[in-house]
Design a protein around this ligand. Structure first.
Ligand code: PMV
Length: 369
């Protein structure tokens, strides 16, 4: 698979007036985790995730052709001219990450240099909730840009190619963003058992899927809403000289194979076992990095213990997974929601900051509004 298939389209008619496009993109939660990469955003192992439905970024992307500015453009040769607003507030601190993204996508969307951009973005989940907005944020930005390219192209592109290029671009902003484009399950990274799997973009997992996973619930317990002590990019980098990384990458590929069987059979006991192993392995890799670090909090562990006890005592297949942070994602089939939700409220909300949790479930990905 070559990235050349996403290079600049030859026949584009760029507008000479301003306009905007708006999209929403969800966050996603990995079941088999991506942790460790090569440059640029090439994963060391394949990953599979649930696309979420309620944790969304909404982005309105405003463009203004540089020619009609009537003033000296702020643009330099290398920089794209843009401003980012989050919930209406100008956020210059996001500038560097987005500028890097723009430079990475330049060969694929060279016209981004022909406009001044205003990126207006809002998250549906509480600000600073510890839920990473980079996956939904870059998926939304890539989706908005691709919507423009599709509109301005003089040649009809297939929907499949548009999705693939959107995922490809989103990946260049944040690896996991590649998986937020579609749903309900997505895979990214080469694995011999995953058809069309590759390291450049994510693919929707639609075949051999038990019905039970099509409306799975994810209730996110906001155990700690603070800023992470160690960022994901630093964490990925620490996998380079990690004593266990090569075994981890092999293990992840085996876990993909096992998960595919489970997703097919609907064996929820095996699902809980595998998903929890993956979550704890991700954090074990962090704890054994050099320097080591711990993102889990005492309340994360308190929740984990209660989830395991509840599953055993009540024989209800609810399990936990974790992202690179202290919050806990509780995964369970919709048929169990009437029992699990009151239990979360009564027994687990106590461990959340301000008693806060988000009721989410699997979703279908990017939407143009
Ligand atoms: O997308 P990044 O580069 O921020 O990496 C995030 C990786 C995890 O969220 C921890 C796991 C995953 O597969 O989503």
């Amino acid at each position: 698979m070559s990235q050349d298939r996403f290079l600049a389209l030859p026949k584009l008619e760029l507008p000479n007036s301003s306009g905007h496009v708006s999209v929403t993109a969800p966050s996603n939660i990995a079941l088999v985790k991506y942790w460790g990469k090569e440059s640029v955003q090439i994963p060391k192992n394949a990953s599979i995730s649930f696309t979420l439905k309620e944790c969304l970024t909404k982005t309105s992307l405003h463009y203004k052709p540089i020619e009609i500015m009537g003033e000296q453009s702020k643009r330099t040769v290398d920089d794209v001219s843009f401003e980012v607003y989050v919930s209406g507030v100008l956020k210059p601190e996001f500038g560097t990450k987005i500028q890097i993204f723009f430079q990475r996508i330049r060969p694929y969307l060279p016209w981004i240099y022909c406009f001044d951009w205003r990126i207006e973005t809002d998250n549906s989940f509480p600000h600073g909730s510890g839920i990473a907005s980079s996956a939904s944020g870059f998926a939304a930005l890539a989706g908005a840009l691709m919507q423009l390219e599709g509109t301005w192209s003089q040649e009809e592109q297939s929907e499949k190619w548009l999705y693939e290029k959107t995922s490809f671009l989103a990946r260049l902003g944040s690896g996991s963003a590649a998986r937020s484009i579609s749903g309900p399950l997505m895979y990214w990274g080469y694995h011999p058992n995953l058809p069309k799997s590759n390291n450049l973009f994510a693919v929707a997992l639609t075949q051999n899927l038990s019905q039970v996973f099509l409306d799975y619930h994810d209730t996110i317990l906001l155990v700690d809403k603070g800023q992470k002590a160690v960022s994901s990019s630093v964490g990925h980098n620490l996998m380079h000289d990690h004593p266990f990384s090569s075994q981890r990458f092999v293990q992840a590929q085996h876990h993909i194979e096992r998960l595919l069987g489970i997703l097919n059979s609907g064996d929820l006991e095996a699902f809980c076992d595998l998903v929890e192993t993956e979550a704890l392995t991700l954090h074990a890799m962090m704890m054994t990095s050099k320097p080591s670090y711990i993102l889990l909090k005492p309340n994360t562990l308190a929740v984990i213990e209660r989830v395991r006890a509840y599953r055993k005592d009540c024989q209800i297949p609810v399990c936990f997974t974790l992202d690179a942070g202290a919050n806990v994602h509780l995964l369970y089939p919709s048929a169990c929601a009437s029992k699990v939700l009151p239990w979360i409220k009564e027994e687990l909300s106590f461990f959340c900051e301000n008693g806060q949790y988000i009721e989410d479930k699997v979703g279908t990905g990017l939407e143009i509004i």
